[in-house]
Design a protein around this ligand. Structure first.
Ligand code: TRP
Length: 470
């Protein structure tokens, strides 16, 4: 039996087109903005190691599962989950997983767009020469003037949302495929250039030490959860983005090879970004745990002092905007695909509706950096003592919703779906590779996610248990 479903939204022109689009979704602010700042906040090396392990044993298998479900279902995640549940004789309420994904996508895009707005603003700062010769304090004040002003943040957020909705409205083939082809290679080149600058800065070793020398006393249960959550976030997993992209994937394309390629590229970009940023942090006496402003307060120093920095700095922030752009469209695509399928909307109308809702939510993040910066909704919980609304949104989505979504995807793929069906859809033969995938998704992923959750709630203290065993 072969699958006969066809996507009403079209199909990628080739496997390469899918690889490019999925890589575009994966590589984004998560790699260049978020990874360095959370690694900095959680002590570096040990955090990075946990993150890399999560990419390998959770991220890649879950990515394969998500692409597989998408390609088999060929619809928006909501309808895909319902069809596949029926096919497996399971409860149609599995479609709720699709709903949770749509919600997560809205919430993530709402703050993602605000941060992407910072990158947009920085294109203009860079090209006007604002960074040239500036000191670390000068750069910090440029950042604070931007984030302290809700009107400016709102304007850039609005602009970025409009950019996103224009591409989404044009659809899979028309809009999504084009940009990534030159974007990822160009981003690589610029990051290498920044790494070259960092290498000459005098603190490159210190930066490498910080990133790659694990000191497990510096990471706690919450840090482990954040590292795991980030593995989902950076690969765009757990909310249906990769599922919906998979639904546009041509019949014969190796899901395993594709997933590994994407994960490797994504990881390289993150590590290159970290290797550029931390030497600059240390040589300027800055704080690795400075938070969400980290790259916006460090990289401009490099651009302000290198030859050609005006051009490279401008180019860098342009590329960062593009990277964010190709990610943001995947955050909203599940919702738009559903509105088209179930509400009979045109893609244009669906995009407008989804865009307006997301924009409104984004205001929560806009105010988190100024008016509400001292408002700590959950300050009675120790880990959220100084968390702003933005911090909470990020935590809820990346560290709770995505891993839970991933857990459900894992359970569905190997406990609910028939083995024959996943075997057929992954199309890699019943050999070692398939069995490894099956075992990872069946046991390792669910157990890992559950342990990390239990550990962070303090219900079970695994480090104590391990200590006692050892
Ligand atoms: N992976 C993107 C990044 O690293 C963000 C992103 C796009 C995402 N689509 C997603 C995160 C879906 C979670 C789920 O910037």
């Amino acid at each position: 039996m072969t699958t006969t479903r066809k996507s009403i939204h079209g199909v990628w022109s080739s496997r390469l087109a899918f690889v490019l689009a999925a890589t575009g979704s994966a590589v984004g602010l998560g790699n260049i903005w978020k990874f360095p700042y959370i690694a900095g906040e959680h002590g570096g090396g040990a955090f990075v190691l946990v993150y890399l392990m999560c990419i390998a044993v959770i991220g890649i298998p879950i990515m394969m599962a998500e692409v597989m479900l998408g390609r088999r279902g060929r619809q928006s995640p909501i309808n895909t989950m319902r069809s596949l549940a029926q096919e497996a004789g399971a409860d149609p309420r599995w479609s709720w997983l699709g709903w949770a994904g749509v919600l997560a996508g809205f919430l993530i895009l709402s703050y993602y767009s605000v941060i992407a707005g910072w990158a947009l603003a920085y294109v203009f700062r860079a090209v006007s020469g604002a960074f040239t010769g500036a000191t670390a304090e000068g750069i910090a004040s440029i950042f604070e003037r931007l984030t302290g002003d809700p009107e400016r943040l709102m304007a850039w957020h609005t602009l970025f949302m409009i950019m996103t909705m224009i591409v989404v409205a044009r659809g899979v083939r028309g809009g999504l495929e084009k940009a990534v082809r030159f974007l990822v290679p160009a981003l690589f080149v610029l990051l290498l250039l920044l790494d070259g600058y960092a290498m000459a800065s005098g603190a490159f070793d210190q930066g490498l030490q910080f990133l790659f020398n694990p000191d497990f006393s510096k990471i706690d249960a919450n840090g482990v959860l954040i590292a795991m959550g980030h593995a989902f976030f950076t690969l765009s997993l757990g909310m249906g983005a990769i599922m919906v992209y998979g639904s546009y994937l041509p019949e014969r394309a190796s899901i395993a090879r594709t997933s590994i390629t994407i994960a490797v590229l994504d990881t390289i970009v993150a590590l290159l970004a970290g290797m550029a940023i931390f030497p600059i942090v240390f040589v300027n006496g800055l704080e690795p745990g400075a938070g969400p402003g980290l790259i916006f307060q460090t990289l401009p120093i490099a651009f302000g002092h290198m030859t050609g920095g005006l051009v490279f700095g401008t180019l860098f922030f342009v590329l960062l905007v593009f990277a964010a752009w190709t990610s943001s469209i995947s955050l909203i695509e599940p919702a738009v695909a559903w509105l088209v399928e179930n509400r009979g909307m045109t893609r244009v109308n669906a995009s407008v509706v989804a865009g307006i809702v997301t924009w409104l939510f984004g205001l929560l993040t806009v105010f988190s950096f100024n008016q509400w910066s001292e408002f700590h909704l959950l300050s009675f919980i120790p880990v959220f003592k100084t968390a702003t609304v933005f911090d909470l949104l990020d935590y809820l989505t990346a560290n709770i919703m995505l891993p839970l979504g991933g857990l459900c995807i894992a359970i569905f793929s190997v406990w609910v779906m028939r083995r024959d069906d996943s075997l057929q859809e992954l199309d890699m033969g019943d050999g070692m590779a398939y069995r490894l995938w099956y075992a990872l998704v069946r046991y390792v992923t669910p157990v890992a996610v559950i342990i990390v959750f239990l550990n962070v709630t303090g219900l079970v203290d695994f480090s104590r248990l391990l200590g006692m065993a050892g």
